[in-house]
Structures are given as structure tokens and as C-alpha cells.
Design a protein around this ligand. Structure first.
Ligand code: NAP
Length: 316
């Protein structure tokens, strides 16, 4: 076997990728886990995790480092590489192209590359990125001590991150384009009970403005009556969802309207031998628990497939 030939290749070392590496390594498959950055994925952007069984409260980075150590203890290799494309070889093996270096080859690939925060796409958003526009409260919140901040979004992330930001900000205005929330009621309730959070509903952010150095205000529109106004803030944190990293496969795999891979019960995509788990996969909710569960299934199915191809039904 060539040194870059593997039985199983895993793309992305968040909770799903780390779990897949644990199970594939434990099954004694020659496994490579490809990750361009620090392992941990979205855990690294999460302050405290309170819904991972066995840990009443643990920081995201702490859970990431425990998962990484555990995952690699069974023999999977982690290689620092940015994957740029995945193609099929004529014999069905998968060729995994990376930015600097020779491609990797594997009998089965597990896609666990997560995604990126969705952007608002409004004027000022890119200009002020890193100068008052942020997508990560844990990373940037501490830079805004005593400031009035805005959070945009109405999902779980917006509620949780608004609450997190109140430890630094004098006040957090949560701006949501509707009056109903996608977030779990318990998180909405917690944010509503936080005296530092105020809600601005049925409101759309149209522009982010500043003095050239730093965000100073948001231009807002209220669609109900068509009125517009400004809100002075020191920064704006945007939590309006997530875009899956599902553009790596160079052959078509079925996906939903937002680009999340659709899999069967073995986590196999419509491409035989290509599995997906974690935030890149279409599912009801994107939790650490679902990521690790689905990655377990993916790793077991990938193991069976490389050992005994007929044991895993071809995708429908
Ligand atoms: P999400 O649930 O998709 O919510 C995105 C929010 O942003 C929605 O309220 C949406 O508004 C709004 N939005 C989308 N595009 C917008 C735009 N262009 N302009 C203004 N608002 C926009 O995303 P999320 O909160 O990032 O959560 C993603 C997943 O991670 C979910 O499955 C969630 O359960 C999970 N998560 C869980 C936790 C937890 O359990 N503790 C924490 C964080 C995330 P509309 O409602 O009007 O569409």
C-alpha cells in the first residue's frame, strides 16, 4: 500500500470527524483524518456545553481536546491538510486532493467538514469584519467590554450567544426579522429573563456603518410600517445559520435545498462509499450528540464496506 493509501479517509476534525476516527481506528482500519486547522470544529467557538451527556458543564475547547486525544488513541492518523476536492477513481476508490501535496486515496470517505456561518450580505458587513462585525462570541466578545452590542438572528445560536455576550457588554440588542423564533423555548426564555438583553423584533438590518475603524451603528428597517432608523452599537454579532461545506465532492451527491447531504440510515450519501455526518448532513438538529452518533454509524458502515462491500447496501 502506498503511504497515502488508506482504507478510510475522514475530512474534517470536528466532533463528527473525531468520533469517526475513533471508531475506524478501533476497528483497526488504516485511517486518516484530514484537518486544515485545529481539531474541534464548532466546539472551539462554543464557550460552555451543557447538553453533552456525562458532562454537566464543560468548555468547548476542553471537550475538543479530550475528544482529539481519545480519537487518536486507537491508531487513526491525523494529517494537517486542506482538502480541495474529492473525486472517484475508475476502480471506485476515492481520490482526496489537498492544497499542498500529493492526493490521498481511500476505499471509503467520511465527510465531516461542517460549515461556515451564513453572512447577511449587506453593505458594511465585509468592510467591518474583524472591526466590529463578528460571527463568534467566544472568540471576540471580550473585545467589547462595556459596549452596547447587537446580535442578529432568532435561532439557538443567537439566543445563546446573546446571553454569553452580556458578560462583557453593557447591553445586547437582539435583532430578529420575525416575531417568532426558531430557537428552543428554553433558550428564548433565558434570554428574555436576562436584564441586559432587549429584543428588537420584525426588524431587518440593512447596513452596517462606522467611522472607518470600527462599527458605530446599524441602519434598520421595520417592514411592518416601512419605517427606518439607526441603532448605535459598538459591534454586531451575526448568528443567522450555517452553510454546509458540501462543495468538495466532484461528483453529484444528493443534497437538500440548502446544500446539506442527504444520507441513508448508514450515513451513506447517494455516492457509494461516501458517507457524511455532523453539520454537513441534512438532519433535524445539529448537536454534538447527533454528530457523534451519526459519525459512529458512518464509521461502522464504512468499516463494513471496505471489509466486505456487499454487507452495506448501495445507496438508493
Ligand atoms: P438557525 O436555527 O438556522 O436560525 C437562523 C436564524 O437566523 C433564524 O432565526 C433565521 O430567521 C435567521 N436568519 C437567517 N437568514 C437571515 C437573514 N438573511 N437575515 C436575518 N435573519 C436571518 O441557525 P443557528 O441558530 O445557527 O442554529 C443552527 C443549528 O445549530 C440548529 O440546528 C440549532 O439547533 C443548533 N444549535 C444548537 C445549540 C444548542 O442546542 N445549545 C446552540 C447553537 C446552535 P427565520 O427564523 O426568520 O428564518
Amino acid at each position: 500500500m502506498h503511504s497515502r493509501d488508506y482504507e478510510i479517509a475522514i475530512v474534517g476534525a470536528g466532533p463528527a470527524g473525531l468520533t469517526a476516527a475513533l471508531y475506524a481506528g478501533r476497528a483497526l482500519k488504516k485511517t486518516v483524518l484530514l484537518e486544515a486547522g485545529i481539531p474541534g470544529g464548532e466546539l472551539l467557538n462554543t464557550e460552555t456545553i451543557e447538553d453533552y451527556p456525562g458532562f454537566a458543564s464543560i468548555t468547548g475547547p476542553d471537550l475538543a481536546s479530550k475528544m482529539t486525544e481519545h480519537a487518536l488513541s486507537f491508531g487513526a492518523e491525523m494529517v494537517a491538510a486542506r482538502v480541495t476536492g474529492i473525486a472517484l477513481e475508475p476502480d471506485g476508490r476515492k481520490r482526496i486532493e489537498v492544497e499542498d501535496g500529493e492526493p490521498f486515496f481511500a476505499g471509503a470517505v467520511i465527510l465531516t467538514a461542517g460549515g461556515q456561518p451564513r453572512k447577511l450580505g449587506i453593505p458594511g458587513e465585509l468592510d467591518f469584519a474583524g472591526r466590529g462585525v463578528s460571527y463568534c462570541a467566544v472568540c471576540d466578545g471580550a473585545f467589547f467590554k462595556g459596549e452596547h452590542l447587537a446580535v442578529v438572528g432568532g435561532g439557538d445560536a443567537a439566543m445563546e450567544e446573546a446571553a454569553f455576550l452580556t458578560r462583557y457588554a453593557s447591553k445586547v440588542t437582539l435583532i430578529h426579522r420575525r416575531s417568532e423564533f426558531r430557537a428552543q423555548p428554553v433558550l428564548v426564555e433565558r434570554a428574555r429573563n436576562n436584564p441586559k438583553i432587549e429584543f428588537l423584533l420584525d426588524t431587518v438590518v440593512e447596513e452596517i456603518t462606522g467611522d472607518g475603524q470600527q462599527v458605530r451603528s446599524l441602519r434598520l428597517r421595520h417592514p411592518a410600517d416601512g419605517s427606518a432608523d439607526e441603532l448605535e452599537v459598538g459591534g454586531v454579532f451575526i448568528f443567522i445559520g450555517f452553510l454546509p461545506n458540501s462543495g468538495l465532492l466532484q461528483v453529484h451527491a444528493d443534497h437538500d435545498s440548502q446544500g446539506y447531504y442527504i444520507t441513508d440510515e448508514n450515513m451513506q450519501t447517494s455516492v457509494p462509499g461516501v458517507f457524511a455526518a455532523g453539520d454537513v448532513r441534512a438532519q433535524l438538529t445539529r448537536q454534538v450528540t447527533t454528530a457523534v452518533g451519526d459519525a459512529t454509524t458512518a464509521a461502522m458502515a464504512a468499516t463494513k464496506l471496505v471489509e466486505e462491500p456487499l454487507a452495506v447496501p448501495a445507496p438508493a
